[in-house]
Design a protein around this ligand. Structure first.
Ligand code: COA
Length: 328
């Protein structure tokens, strides 16, 4: 009998219909399509309407993932919703999604690890499934970041977009599943990407609103350097742990932060770009949702097939980072 591992048995994704193009942004801030395309690779991003919220997209992605897994909502033991843009402070978006799904036997929760949230989520549930503590988990990355973006700050507002992706994980055999996975953080770099308003430190006041403290702030070029190094190093570590090298990998799915970051990570890992997936031109940076959205697109397009060896890697505010090696 082969070892019981945790594997991905169904995926789904969803995003708002609304689109914000670079041409739209040219009308809002001092920028240009040429600048955004050259510096980030982004041409458009999806943007939620005023009355749309995170759990709606998380629920739709989860429903699709459940359908494709062949499981019912009642069979799910835990719902981990990775998000930095929850519906509200309390209750968790995971609990709200649980109610929408009718996953009455699950524990719903949120996980706060910015753009690394999906890898954090699968790393958490991987050991729970492998050791038999639970059977089935839903890991969701869902974000409406455009509601946390300051549309007077051209350094951040051109980057982020909205969407959700979800994966059902369960026990798999025959050498498939998550072969290695690791997450890291370093809070000393908290000033690289943050939103301070609304929490217990600053609270919410006329002053915090006037100072626009509830919006994301980012030191873009500092993020860039640390992101490339961290993602490449942890990817190599996880490949070695799984007994592989980059030459064995069929597909790399990095967090879709910026096309130049993706290219720099690929170059550091010595992987040709035709083995690296990118949808940044159409989606922008959807934070914790970017990897599951990209994975589902690859599964639907046949770029991930049975037997594919896939490397995931992410980096986000915190700072946080991680990597997983998965055999499908
Ligand atoms: N349009 C036009 N000019 C812009 C601009 C925009 N949208 N945003 C910034 N600029 C300007 C700056 O004001 C600056 O002008 P100055 O030289 O006159 O002061 C100049 O462009 C260079 O700014 P800088 O921040 O050094 O640019 P950059 O090459 O680092 O690119 C980012 C900026 C944000 C695209 C880039 O740093 C980046 O992608 N970083 C990673 C961000 C990321 O992925 N975050 C998510 C992590 S999960």
């Amino acid at each position: 009998m082969t070892e019981r591992r945790a594997g991905i048995i169904g995926m789904g994704h969803s995003f708002p219909e609304g689109v914000l193009t670079n041409a739209d942004l040219e009308k809002i801030v001092e920028t240009s399509d040429e600048w955004i395309t050259t510096r980030t690779g982004i041409k458009q991003r999806h943007k939620a309407a005023k009355d749309e919220y995170t759990s709606q997209f998380g629920t739709r992605a989860a429903q699709q993932a459940l359908e494709r897994s062949g499981l019912s909502a009642e069979e799910i033991d835990i719902i981990v919703c990775a998000t930095t843009s929850p519906d509200q402070i309390l209750p968790s978006t995971g609990a709200l999604i649980q109610a929408e799904l009718g996953a009455t036997n699950a524990a719903g929760m949120d996980l706060f690890a910015a753009c690394s949230g999906f890898i954090y989520g699968i790393t958490m549930v991987e050991s729970m499934i492998r050791t038999g503590q639970i059977n089935y988990a839903l890991v969701i990355g869902a974000e409406i970041l455009t509601k946390y973006v300051d549309y007077t700050d051209r350094g951040t507002c051109v980057i982020f977009g909205d969407g959700a992706g979800a994966a059902v994980l369960g026990p798999v055999e025959g050498g498939k599943g998550i072969l290695s996975t690791k997450i890291r953080s370093d809070g000393r770099y908290e000033e690289q990407l943050y939103a301070r308003g609304g929490g217990t430190r600053l609270g919410t006041s006329h002053e915090t609103i006037d100072n626009r403290e509830h919006f994301f702030r980012m030191k873009g070029n500092e993020v860039f350097k640390v992101a490339v190094r961290s993602m490449a190093d942890i990817s190599n570590e996880m490949l070695e742990k799984a007994g592989y090298t980059t030459a064995d990998v069929d597909l790399v799915i990095p967090h879709q932060a910026n096309q130049r970051i993706t290219e720099a990570v690929a170059s550091r890992l010595d992987v040709p770009m035709d083995k690296v997936y990118s949808n940044i031109a159409d989606m922008g940076n959807t934070s914790s949702a970017s990897i599951p959205i990209a994975m589902d697109e690859c599964i639907q397009a046949g770029r991930i097939r049975e037997g594919s060896l896939v490397l995931l890697t992410a980096f986000g505010g915190g700072i946080t980072w991680g990597a997983s090696v998965i055999r499908f």
